[in-house]
Design a protein around this ligand. Sequence first.
Ligand SMILES: Nc1ncnc2c1ncn2[C@@H]1O[C@H](COP(=O)(O)OP(=O)(O)O)[C@@H](O)[C@H]1O
Ligand SMILES: [Mg+2]
Length: 302
Amino acid sequence: MQTGIALEDLTKSFHTPQGTVRAVRGIDVTIEPGETVALLGPNGAGKSTTIDMLLGLSAPDSGSVSVLDRSPRDAVDAGLVGAMLQTGELVRDLSVRELVEMMASLYPDPLDVDQVLDLVGIAEIAERRTQKLSGGQTQRVRLAVALVSDPDLLVLDEPTVAMDVEARIAFWTAMRAFASGGKTVLFTTHYLDEADDYADRAVLMARGRVVADGPTTEIKARVGNRRIRATLPDADLDALRDLPGAVQAERRGEAVVLTCSDSDAAIRALLAGYPSARDIEIAGAGLEEAFIELTTGTDGDA
Ligand SMILES: Nc1ncnc2c1ncn2[C@@H]1O[C@H](COP(=O)(O)OP(=O)(O)O)[C@@H](O)[C@H]1O
Ligand SMILES: [Mg+2]
């Protein structure tokens, strides 16, 4: 059976005047053909460093990378991999169509250019110069460039960063249309909801290590918790725990702390059922905080 991606005990450090940065510290990740996997993690987690090694753009210090049963370079050279990196600009002074046509001409068996423009939703801006596009349009053109070779593997590094919600939806709709034909997709994102909506599985990285790897529903439950704190002296903890959206209730003196899977539902139910609740705070367990929590105590700098 063909394998998708196999990263084994991969490490990479950068030596800077300020010292050594251990960007990737021994990660093992296997991705099956046809899977869509989100690589999540706060800034500096090592996601882009991992992706650079996966694409053969940099060499690991140790460990091995295999992409579709080949070395990264061989897989890329064979046109099996389409990538959108965090950095990189579109060639200027070409129309969108000219750019996609030029990229298509580099590969032996590209997709039909009009079909790609349609799929990505940029047919109506095909004659526009590449420097005249909005941020969201630029990212969709970059997606078209990444997939015109009809790659088996699509690698996207923060493709929707700084896009508004509408542009993000348009982007993922395009990605999905392409990936639905059994393609393997690996993307990085800051947005937990994107991982939840578009990936089968999430791999969480923090400080160069994989701290969780599993179905997105599981990861979300682990990192998506928010806490509501309220002054509520006489409430029954069991009843609070049973509120919609609450998973845990604890007492801290006069206050109670609810851990929530859905803090919106829980706060509504709390206010409806306990009008005397006051001093209410919702502690944001954003993704960044959740990652810190997930790694605390399990990782030294050694
Ligand atoms: N070329 C480089 N030289 C020095 N340090 C680097 C270089 N590339 C990345 N790093 C450092 O490696 C760590 C991981 O970076 P990166 O892989 O870009 O993280 P992410 O993509 O998850 O934000 C960071 O501390 C970053 O500053
Ligand atoms: Mg990055």
